[in-house]
Unconditional design. Sequence first.
Length: 92
Amino acid sequence: MSSPRTISFRIAPEKVAEMDLIAKALDRDRSYLLNEAVDVYLSEQKRFVAMVEEGLEASRKGELMEDEEVGALIDSWILDKALEKKKVRARA
């Protein structure tokens, strides 16, 4: 890994205060939190780009879903989320 670089950017004072509270609770510094946040962000963006590329490739191959299939898939996600919330409430 290459040497870390210093960058600067503007951020709202309220966010800095929140970050400082979290850093203190975790016994870490701001740099640690910011590096963790950037790692998560980059990972999510890479995953998103890979999913888009996968979808575009499927589209090029003609592997498409009908509207009804998409609707059913979304409905199943909503149902799964509702059941998950219900389980969490039952445990509380």
